[in-house]
Design a protein around this ligand. Structure first.
Ligand code: DX5
Ligand code: ZN
Length: 220
């Protein structure tokens, strides 16, 4: 299993976005995680399609777009046009999850679903066949720099066990409080894509951190 690293732009210096993205590319990032917040689904506001469009012009990294917004169905087309390669919506924010995942895939990009820490795994199980990725929040969504919640780990393990016999690959992503100390727990539970904000941006040597995160393998 290869671990993929998706640095969260939320922890970047927003006055230097082009340079920050280049720094992550050079450091070995696989994807770039874009946290979209609307001040309604979560108590914080970040950015929308115009910024994604600008980011698209300066990088070929997979733009991993995490929509922490209410009524995400209204904005899918705008994020696709802006250049998102993967759009992840929150199960708590959607009434017709199957329809929305199909809409996202219909644009020729990947579709993901995310669960807040307290949301049961059962809410997404009926929709796995339309998901390319499941994102487990290991903090309450809204802010970077929070502490990892280990109580989410059993939920990750349960999905990983279920997917073991699945004919199709579904990525398991973890987001929130990922560091060199917590990443091994997430990987042991079955995650293969790590989002890391503060643990990589703001570090003098992000390449060293990314290399160490990517070298992690599940303990058997
Ligand atoms: C939180 C966001 C995360 C966050 C991660 O709502 O979804 O992507 O930026 O930041 P760290 O790695 O600092 O917890
Ligand atoms: Zn995120």
């Amino acid at each position: 299993m290869t671990v993929l690293i998706s640095p969260s732009l939320l922890a970047a210096d927003f006055t230097q976005l082009g340079a920050e993205i280049q720094r992550m590319e050079q450091a070995g990032a696989d994807w770039l995680h874009l946290d979209v917040m609307d001040g309604h689904f979560v108590p914080n506001i970040t950015f929308g399609p115009p910024l994604v469009n600008s980011v698209r012009k300066v990088t070929n990294l997979c733009l991993d777009t995490h929509l922490m917004i209410s009524e995400p169905e209204k904005y899918i087309e705008a994020f696709v046009k802006a250049g998102s390669d993967l759009i992840t919506v929150h199960v708590e924010a959607v009434s017709d999850l199957k329809g929305l995942l199909q809409t996202i895939r219909g644009f020729g990009i990947k579709a993901g679903v995310s669960l807040k820490p307290q949301t049961p795994l059962e809410t997404i199980l009926p929709f796995l066949e339309w998901c390319d990725l499941v994102l487990f929040m290991t903090v309450e969504p809204g802010f970077g720099g929070q502490a990892f919640m280990p109580e989410v780990l059993p939920k990750i393990s349960r999905l990983a066990a279920r997917l073991q016999n699945s004919p199709r690959a579904v990525d398991i992503q973890v987001d929130g409080g990922i560091t060199l100390a917590t990443a091994p727990q997430a990987i042991n539970a079955g995650a293969n894509v790590l989002v890391a904000g503060t643990a990589v941006f703001g570090q003098p040597d992000p390449q060293a951190i990314i290399r160490r995160l990517k070298a992690l393998t599940p303990a058997v």
